[in-house]
Write a protein that binds this ligand. Structure first.
Ligand SMILES: [Zn+2]
Length: 305
């Protein structure tokens, strides 16, 4: 009889899409795939997630050695408690007991992680800079930020460190999705850009916003605000590498050079300014799911193989 193989499953749960990666025990990617989030979880989060993962295991004759799921959320230090998820289309109550429920379904350890940290995990392993102090700045729907310190993501005393998107550098009159007034994300995020685009008639699609509008004052201010936030992170942590990425930075004609230049303006001299390396994070939308699976593989569950 053929021996059943073991795989590690990484899931990246976003507001619009849910992505999955299956890894073999030696780190080879078996499958990456995505589906729309709402239909997947329409009949409940636990039930929908279970069915989604099982659909991708079908026909593989594989057991799951570890399951790592990333959420756009604050995750507790126990890596099983989801503290706050402002952006997912499900009730907060559905997160209670989710980890034990999935552990019972798949007979394996289940770990939750903040989605930015999975992306960061992917990028530092890909760039081979896991031994460095690295900041990851991901400008997507929100302003994602992660700190790579001492060989792993720094999560703080309660698991919620690194929320640069929620420093009070935004519009004081606007309320953020987190509930606080004036967070950075109210002005500096993909969502804020989309609101800016929709506020006036434009003769170009949102995806060409930087091609047509890059010299508009409000977009220049958007970049400068992002630079101030990133420089704040740099001045606090004194990193060796700063990774810049996310859907907004992947847009056509995004003024990446100006962002780096302006970040330098606000960074302390001579150090860390003179010793910083900026790098563009790679842009595949599956990086988070692959990062999650790699994280699952690198955790102590290796003994399962
Ligand atoms: Zn906030």
């Amino acid at each position: 009889m053929r021996k059943r193989r073991k795989v590690v499953v990484g899931v990246d749960m976003g507001a619009t899409h849910i992505r999955i990666c299956l890894l073999t025990g030696d780190g080879q990617v078996l499958i990456t795939d995505k589906e729309r989030t709402r239909p997947v979880i329409a009949e409940g989060l636990a039930k929908g997630l279970t069915a989604f993962i099982k659909r991708h295991l079908a026909g593989l004759e594989a057991d799951v050695a570890a399951l790592m799921i990333g959420f756009p959320a604050s995750i507790g230090r126990d890596k099983k408690t989801i503290i706050s998820v402002p952006n997912l289309p499900c009730d907060a109550g559905e997160f209670t007991g989710l980890a034990p429920c999935l552990e019972a379904e798949f007979f394996c350890p289940v770990t939750f992680e903040r989605d930015v940290n999975m992306q960061l995990y992917y990028d530092v392993t890909e760039e081979k800079i896991a031994d460095k102090l690295v900041l990851g700045c991901y400008l997507g729907t929100g302003f994602g930020f992660g700190v790579w310190l001492n060989g792993g993501p720094y999560v703080g005393a309660h698991g919620v460190a690194g929320e640069l998107g929620h420093i009070p550098l935004g519009d004081p009159a606007a309320r953020c999705g987190c509930g606080n007034p004036g967070c950075l994300e109210t002005l500096c995020s993909g969502a804020a850009l989309a609101r800016w685009y929709a506020a006036a008639p434009r003769d170009y699609p949102l995806t060409e916003l930087f091609t047509h509008g890059r010299y508009e004052k409000s977009l220049m201010e958007f970049i400068d605000l992002g630079a101030k936030a990133i420089a704040t992170g740099i001045n606090l942590f004194d990193p060796e590498y700063v990774l810049l990425g996310g859907g907004v930075m992947d847009m056509a004609d995004f003024p990446y050079d100006r962002l780096v230049e302006q970040t330098g303006v606000f960074t302390r001299k001579p150090l860390p300014f003179t010793a910083l390396t900026f790098a563009k994070a790679s842009s595949s939308s599956f990086n988070g799911a692959i990062g999650a699976a790699r994280m699952g593989l690198d955790m102590p569950v290796r003994r399962h193989f």
